[in-house]
Design a protein around this ligand. Sequence first.
Ligand code: VGL
Ligand code: ZN
Length: 208
Amino acid sequence: MQISPRSALLVIDVQNDFTPGGQLAVPEGDQIVPLINRLAGLFKQVIIAQDWHPAGHASFASSHPGRKPYDVIELPYGPQTLWPDHCVRATPGAEFHPELDLPHAQLVIRKGCNPDIDSYSAFLEADRTTVTGLAGYLKERGIDTVYMVGLALDFCVMFSALDARTAGFNAFVVLDACRAIDLQGSLAAATERMQLAGVGLIQSSDLI
Ligand code: VGL
Ligand code: ZN
């Protein structure tokens, strides 16, 4: 598969808290890092998403007395899965994995910064209204196709891919450069939602 110059690679949430040893470790989350570094070399445009929550964020179970991680509660914008405290801004857990090596990436987009609203997607917060500005950035730079890699496949990668489609981009997820949390069938559900939305599910061997 030829990578057009109007393509960007979006590297999602490859942060210490999502890799083994972190607060919300995704199984094997560290194993994709060398492949992501290699894939990034194929793209001129590389964008990095970073989960970046204030302490006491609404998505943390610890912010809701009596609740535990992975409970689902109702917030004003809809159901919210509660997580262990993770990716608290300016803490080591929020830093990129130390082996992530993307020197030519030009944009880091931080998300989940609003204390009351979660944001799995790098495009649109969980209220489905507040935009991050990423779609505008891509459009202004003439990008029409976004390839996505990173963590977690069934949360932030999936929502970013769905929103990329809604915003009018061609979207591909490189499956072997992602890992999933897989809570109660969330990986199978994510795969189906992405397929229905026209997200291309590919392997790195389709690009390399
Ligand atoms: C994520 C749960 C909470 C992710 C972020 O990056 O997939 N998941 N915050
Ligand atoms: Zn988060």
